[in-house]
Design a protein around this ligand. Structure first.
Ligand SMILES: Cc1cc2nc3c(=O)[nH]c(=O)nc-3n(C[C@H](O)[C@H](O)[C@H](O)COP(=O)(O)OP(=O)(O)OC[C@H]3O[C@@H](n4cnc5c(N)ncnc54)[C@H](O)[C@@H]3O)c2cc1C
Length: 456
């Protein structure tokens, strides 16, 4: 047994939660990084030395105290569904796997859930709906993903068309984090201070407790429409997205042939046609059918939503699950994460299609931004040939005014959700001055550290 594993056993006093078996360590060191051919090549051979599974805050503090004293890197893991290689340790050390800290402590009458970080979002959504609430937004990986991982590495998803992303509208009310210091502290962040920790990829502390605002539960329906052309589908989706009288949780538009990749729901698509998937208030389903009919759409599905057990569950084909289905069908596909301009979207689509044709397939996810503006967000599926061509696509998108959060880089800053005010970096200086938390993932810190370490 390595000194590190022995040290961890001593710290936890329980060897069964210190994992060293190579296949287990390999599995728990990896996430969905292989979504990106660039990250796949970069991260394939990275793994931890040992995985530790704490069950409470005191154990986390003890692990961090040991690692601080012995200069051991620590990478926090929720469920490992991130797709930027966020949870993959670049320098070995400890993976701190929080799956055993999965309690929902309370769902208050004010609609705020208090949770441990390892709680699965699907469990929280189902529990919340039982008492009249639901998640404001969640990733399409809801069944598996953890709340701590969503805050650490996610941004939004189903529900963002109504409630914006994770960073918006005070959805995250407060967070407690454990610091990486000689005497690790538990620090509570409330209000604006939560932004120091949100989407920092576990580089500046371990989230151990979350106050998460929910929304009143709505009876939803799932609806699938198909249209002869992408333009018609987009026009219709825009009409519903931008009209506040429609109560909606999901509006997704797919260019053909993307729907052809959705094997289990093939009966919901039509050869050559574009599709729109909705979660819409059940009370508005019939009206939606009527306006869809007038707009020349075919209604392929219209049924009440029965929670995450619904069959089919449309969210399984939306957000980044769309990419998964496409990659299953054709491994040369990968993806980008974009935001089109509400005013120029049609012109931007035309420019991209004329330049890349079938190599750039449009997949739109409508979402509200922090200012309440409805944005045609997008996760286009793109053909990968070389990294240079992928970068050229990203450059071209930016040139024509399309925002890109580049999912083919492995640091917080490059991913496009970095905050200009640098509060995440400031928090890293406060809580992890030695740079032991997920080292290498906050590029601005790594650069400063390298400069300081250079001989005078
Ligand atoms: C098919 C597919 C679809 C997806 N769809 C979406 C989507 O719609 N929206 C979206 O936002 N994301 C999406 N993702 C990305 C990812 O699934 C989500 O962001 C998810 O919420 C991550 O949760 P996790 O528990 O798996 O986190 P992990 O992958 O385990 O961790 C993510 C990051 O957070 C850090 N972290 C984890 N726990 C903590 C903690 N307690 N304290 C501090 N840092 C922590 C990790 O170190 C890592 O950097 C998708 C991914 C896939 C593969």
């Amino acid at each position: 047994m390595s000194d590190l594993a022995a040290g961890m056993e001593q710290v936890l006093g329980d060897g069964s939660r210190v994992l060293t078996q190579p296949q287990m360590v390999e599995r728990l060191s990896k996430d969905f990084y292989w979504y990106s051919p660039v990250l796949k090549a970069m991260l394939d051979n990275k793994r931890a030395d040992v995985v530790v599974q704490p069950v409470n805050v005191e154990e986390i503090r003890a692990v961090l105290q040991y690692c601080h004293a012995h200069e051991v890197p620590v990478t926090v893991r929720g469920a490992g569904t991130g797709n930027y290689g966020q949870a993959i340790p670049l320098n070995g050390g400890v993976v701190l796997d929080l799956q055993r800290m999965d309690k929902i402590e309370a769902i208050g009458e004010d609609g705020v859930a208090v949770c441990e970080p390892g709680v699965r979002l699907g469990v929280l959504e189902t529990s919340a709906r039982e008492v009249g609430w639901e998640l404001r937004c969640y990733p399409s990986t809801v069944a598996k993903a953890s709340l701590g991982g969503f805050l650490g590495g996610g941004s939004g998803g189903v529900g963002s068309v109504k409630h914006g992303g994770l960073r918006d509208f005070e959805t995250v009310r407060a967070i407690e984090v454990v610091t990486m210091e000689s005497e690790p502290r538990v620090v509570k962040h409330e209000g604006q201070a939560v932004h120091e920790i949100l989407h920092a990829w576990g580089t500046n502390g371990v989230i151990t407790r979350i106050w998460f605002a929910l929304a009143p539960a709505v009876a939803w329906s799932q609806v699938v429409l198909t249209f002869k052309s992408f333009d018609e589908a987009f026009n219709f989706s825009e009409r519903i997205a931008t009209d506040a009288t429609w109560d909606k949780r999901l509006i997704t538009v797919f260019e053909w042939p993307l729907p052809s990749y959705f094997g289990p729901v093939k009966q919901l698509v039509r050869e050559g046609e574009a599709s729109v998937f909705f979660l819409i208030a059940d009370a508005q389903m019939d009206t939606l059918r009527e306006v869809a009919d007038e707009a020349g759409a075919a209604v392929m599905l219209a049924q009440p939503y029965a929670g995450l057990r619904s069959q089919p569950l449309l969210s399984d084909y939306t957000w980044n699950h769309t990419t998964l289905w496409a990659m299953k069908a054709d491994p040369t596909y990968t993806y980008l994460q974009c935001g089109f301009s509400p005013e120029r979207a049609r012109e931007q689509f035309a420019l991209l299609k004329s330049r890349y044709g079938e190599d750039f397939l449009l997949h739109i996810e409508w979402m509200k931004n922090g200012q309440g503006v409805m944005i045609p967000g997008a996760i286009p599926v793109v053909r990968f040939s070389t990294e240079e061509r992928l970068n050229e696509m990203i450059d071209y998108c930016r040139e024509i005014g399309v925002f890109v959060a580049n999912p083919h880089v492995n640091h917080v800053e490059g991913g496009g959700r970095y905050r200009e005010d640098n509060v995440q970096l400031q928090a890293k200086y406060k809580y992890d001055a030695k740079g032991l938390m997920n080292p290498g993932k906050m590029a601005s810190f790594a650069r400063r550290q390298a400069l300081e370490e250079q001989p005078a």
